[in-house]
Design a binder for this molecule. Structure first.
Ligand SMILES: [Zn+2]
Length: 506
């Protein structure tokens, strides 16, 4: 998502909020309530953002978790901290609804990406309000007095403001608004706020598996990430999985003089280039045999949703200085529903001023494969290894011995790591259709994607609990998440409160 943070100028320049009038009664109540309590909502947000939230900072993580539990208890919501040894606590909360036949779990994370304070214009844990973005020369402003209206285009700068403390504030404000309006929840509501998502959710699955009954639910709404670049609400029904593939191919034992041995000693950089060229065609289609065989085809509903998604490809090309795109004319939204094979980087010997006249001894590449639903990570890895064999390589998974290198014309060392399968919740499920209806009654026509391009810890939720996940982001797309000067546009928080109120009363 980080790649999209600079889209502001292009897609939302001038940025007046196109405010949709919700048809959902809980959203309407949330709007009225918010308009009367803007300062109190922002105050609670500011006090949470003041607590540093880097996952490795155990003491402050604990303070965050206790503060959030306190915010829930203040509202009469049963709360507790749940963890496994060595893990950061998940803050759990529950609103029981008498007679409810289903449970909806609202997920967000309170930890944030590691940072270097020197890169920030104002300190990351001193929440600062600005009248515009820093990129557009926004100036620091003081919080307006109680009862004064906030400009919805103002930005609140702090680590975690967008990713991902805003949903926590939106959910709790929605609870207040629902209650103040005398509205009732129909489902049991649970909250699960993770404290180490940005560290790769190392204990999420273990913690859920050890506390299945506590965290069980019919649906997990994963409230994380930014809304669509057009500022329409995004609903993503899954995420891609990933495998990392490292390949090294070998030349002579050590670097050789290119004058004395050129034309005779095979060059590993060229061998690696040939291998990589064999893996994809000119349009970017992967040529590894059977690579696409197990891809779960999109349903008609999913295809229709893609066709209806706004076409922002031309804008993105200008933003990223691209003169062409891969995919044979397909749009980005469709291409991210397909698996990809990407070169993260490659290296052989030295270049430029550091270059010497040698035949390199080896050449290496790190690749990632993004998986979609239906693809088994291990099977996919085996297919890639088989492809490398078919190009004439003797494949090993450790540093090859001298004997191996002498007895085979071409040797490749291949290691596979980080295998994570993809998840996609069918859009046709009654619960999916209901979520779409409810979201659109709060926020207007939504952009619906079968899956996001990147990863999210969805398998860590679905595997232990046997539940379903749907991703409902709140943040502005130009929020600088994961980078310095992270910020939240206030209108996104206001929209989030109305959205959460609708989802909590479904
Ligand atoms: Zn996040």
């Amino acid at each position: 998502m980080k790649r999209y943070v600079f889209l502001l100028c292009l897609l939302a320049a001038g940025g007046t909020a196109q405010t949709f009038t919700p048809t959902n009664p809980a959203s309407q109540a949330a709007r009225r309530w918010r308009q009367q309590h803007e300062r109190a909502i922002v105050d609670e947000f500011v006090s949470l953002l003041t607590i540093p939230n880097i996952a490795a900072d155990r003491a402050n993580i604990q303070r965050n978790a206790e503060a959030i539990a306190g915010m829930m208890e203040k509202r009469g919501i049963t709360a507790k901290l749940v963890s496994v040894p060595g893990g950061n606590p998940i803050v759990f909360g529950e609103i029981k609804t008498p007679g409810a036949t289903r449970t909806i779990v609202f997920y967000a994370h309170y930890d944030g990406q590691p940072l270097d304070p020197k890169e920030w214009v104002t300190p990351p844990f001193t929440p600062t309000l600005r009248d515009k973005t820093i990129e557009r020369d926004g100036q620091v402003i003081q919080l307006p007095a109680e009862g004064t209206k906030f400009n919805p285009e103002w930005r609140l700068y702090a680590r975690g403001s967008a990713d991902d403390k805003a949903p926590i504030i939106a959910m709790l404000a929605a609870v207040d608004a629902i209650r103040a309006a005398g509205l009732k929840t129909k489902s049991n509501i649970k909250f699960a706020f993770e404290g180490e998502e940005e560290a790769g959710s190392p204990n999420l699955e273990k913690t859920l598996a050890a506390n299945k009954a506590l965290f069980s639910g019919d649906l997990w709404l994963m409230c994380d990430g930014p809304v669509h670049q057009t500022r329409r609400q995004l609903i993503a029904f899954g995420a891609r999985g990933a495998i990392r593939v490292d390949v090294t191919v070998y030349g002579p034992r050590g670097e050789l003089h290119s004058g004395h041995y050129g034309n005779w000693a095979p060059n590993p950089a060229l061998a690696l280039a040939r291998l990589l060229v064999s893996m994809k065609d000119e349009t970017g289609r992967v040529l590894v045999e059977h690579f696409y065989d197990d891809v779960d085809p999109l349903s008609d509903t999913e295809k229709r949703a893609l066709a209806e998604a706004p076409d922002i490809d031309a804008d993105l090309m200008r933003e990223f200085w691209l003169g062409s795109t891969d995919g044979g004319g397909k749009k980005l939204t469709e291409l991210i529903t397909l698996p990809s094979l990407n070169i993260r980087g490659m290296a052989s010997s030295r270049i430029g001023a550091q270059a010497s006249n040698v035949i390199p001894a080896s050449a290496s590449v790190t690749m990632d494969i993004r998986l979609v639903k239906g693809m088994d990570p291990r099977t996919t890895a085996e297919r890639v290894i088989e492809h490398i064999r078919k190009q004439g390589f003797f494949v090993v998974d450790q540093e090859p011995t001298s004997e191996m290198r002498m007895s085979h014309a071409k040797v490749a060392r291949v290691t596979i790591s980080g295998a994570e399968a993809a998840i996609r919740t069918p859009m046709d499920l009654p619960i999916s259709q209901e979520v779409i209806r409810v979201v659109e009654s709060a926020r207007g026509p939504a952009v619906k994607l079968p899956n996001m391009g990147g990863g999210l810890p969805l398998t860590s939720v679905e595997r232990p609990l046997g539940t379903r996940t749907i991703v409902i982001p709140l943040g502005n797309h130009d929020n600088n998440q994961h980078s310095y000067n992270e910020n939240l546009r206030l209108q996104n928080l206001w929209d989030g409160i109305e959205l959460m109120a609708a989802l909590m009363t479904m």
